[in-house]
Design a protein around this ligand. Structure first.
Ligand SMILES: Cc1cc2nc3c(=O)[nH]c(=O)nc-3n(C[C@H](O)[C@H](O)[C@H](O)COP(=O)(O)O)c2cc1C
Length: 460
């Protein structure tokens, strides 16, 4: 029988689509993040998803308001998972840690603590970071280059493993009668003297229930792929389409095999942004609304310098190669795209019109007309939407699994909580019916490792 997929939620409380926070009913106040986090965790747990995943970004600035608003201000990932440890009992909790700026001893300690507190539900996503402003927040002059970052990341993984291994499973004796608390022979130092990381150990938290906590890695460069394929249990990939995902997964598995590892022990996880509703038409209307809510360059105060420059009809026309004197450049955002306009936009324009039609159900001269606003917004803020009812969403998951494109998905929600609820309440039951989501509630007490179906790697 084919294995079910690994399915987790990539949690962004402000929504994964930049205009999601503007959708009616969407969560938009960081002061109430505790409520929304609790709500998302309960939803995810009831749908028996495998994990909740929290990314990280080590800087902020006003430029993020329009580009990636969810990065502006949010609860740090380790705090988020520790908070949720207390309100969940089954679901895995994965926090991102940046190896370029993080301290391995502190990281090993807080993740081991999470693992103990949750009975083995902790996971860690290691990233090396792509935000240059992070340097200034951590006393550095500049963000290190790719090679230096990945050299450190490799030492970081070694440090984590040695620290988690610094207590034998049976080192804690606690024999009150004999007065013996520990077996000193079961406690060893980490003894790492790397070029960038030095750590003595042992760790001051007893051995975590999972032994070695599952390691996730997210990145795109060749060094990132090497790290994921040799060290990670889960590799998070960027997958713009199925062909790309198939190629990336195959490459990761080849590197793993060349390194003497069983490729099956590496799970490749693709992102997906489903917009789910009871019917396809309803789901299309949600996307149409999200597109309409993308701020475009109209009535914008000039002082708001962080506004992205690509949100104009002119920018779209430039991208599509439309002549400088073409009357298209003078259209208003809410004008309909006429058939002869569409014909003048060339191949790029046709592809964009096809995409908007697929995600928002709008067509040139259609019953629900396509306007320039939809095209400019879809071009300026691209997203890998999969839009439709539960069957359509499940078809997407199934076709990717059957094609060998992914072992699982990180599910993003355009806005919270309604779109996450739509996924857990409409799509998840259909995924379970098709055997794509394990969803066996009888596995209470399963560790994250059990859920991910990865070997213990303790002796690897
Ligand atoms: C699916 C995915 C999720 C990622 N999540 C994060 C994140 O939460 N925080 C972060 O700093 N970087 C994140 N990254 C970025 C990577 O860490 C990496 O810095 C970036 O992709 C550049 O690639 P490279 O580090 O391999 O050069 C993510 C990348 C991917 C593909």
């Amino acid at each position: 029988m084919t294995e079910p997929l690994i399915i987790g939620a990539m949690v962004r409380t402000l929504g994964a689509y930049p205009s999601g926070w503007r959708h009616p009913g969407a969560h938009r106040d960081p002061a109430t993040d505790a409520d929304i986090l609790r709500h998302i965790a309960r939803e995810g747990e009831e749908a028996v998803l495998d994990y909740l995943f929290f990314g990280d970004w080590l800087a902020t600035g006003p430029d993020l308001e329009f580009r990636d608003p969810y990065l502006l201000a949010r609860i740090d990932p380790v705090s988020a998972v520790l908070f949720l440890a207390g309100v969940t009992s089954r679901i895995g909790l994965i926090a991102t840690v940046n190896t370029t700026y993080g301290d391995p001893y502190t990281t090993a300690r807080s993740l081991a603590s999470l693992d103990v507190l949750t009975g083995g539900r902790a996971g860690i996503n290691l990233v090396t970071g792509a935000e240059p402003r992070a340097a200034g927040n951590h006393g550095r002059d500049a963000h290190a280059d790719n090679e230096t970052r990945y050299d450190r990341a490799e030492e970081f993984v070694t440090a984590l493993r040695r620290l988690w291994d610094s207590w034998d499973e049976d080192a804690w004796i606690a024999d009150a009668e004999r007065g013996v608390l520990i077996d000193p022979a079961g406690l060893r130092s980490a003894d790492l003297h790397g070029a960038q990381i030095r750590v003595t150990g042992p760790l001051n938290v007893a051995r975590p229930p999972q032994g070695r906590i599952p390691i996730v890695h997210a990145g795109t460069s060749p060094r990132s792929r090497a790290l994921a394929a040799t060290e990670a249990d889960l590799a998070l990939i960027a997958a713009p389409n199925i062909a790309d995902a198939i190629a990336t997964r195959a490459q990761l598995r080849t590197i793993a095999a060349d390194a003497g590892r069983s490729p099956a022990s590496l799970k490749v996880i693709a992102p997906v942004l489903p917009v789910v509703a009871e019917t396809d038409a309803e789901a299309h209307r949600i996307v149409e609304r999200l597109l309409a809510l993308v701020p475009l360059a109209e009535g914008h105060q000039p002082a708001r310098t962080a506004f992205p420059p690509n949100r104009t009809v002119d920018a779209l026309a430039d991208a599509l190669g439309v002549a400088a004197d073409d009357p298209l450049r003078a259209v208003a955002f809410d004008d309909q795209v006429a058939a002869d306009d569409a014909a003048r936009l060339g191949e790029g324009g046709a592809a964009l019109i096809e995409r908007v039609s697929r995600i928002a159900g709008l067509a040139v001269s259609g019953r629900r007309p396509l306007t320039w606003r939809h095209l400019v917004a879809a071009h300026a803020v691209p997203a890998a939407f999969v839009v439709g009812d539960a069957h359509l969403i499940a078809d997407h998951f199934e076709s990717w699994r059957d094609a060998g494109a992914a072992d699982g998905f990180n599910v993003l929600s355009a806005f919270q909580p309604a779109q996450f609820e739509a996924f857990t309440r409409l799509a998840a039951p259909e995924l379970r019916r098709r055997g794509l989501l394990a969803g066996d509630t009888d596995r209470d007490g399963a560790t994250l490792r059990d859920r991910l179906r990865i070997s213990s790697r303790v002796d690897a």
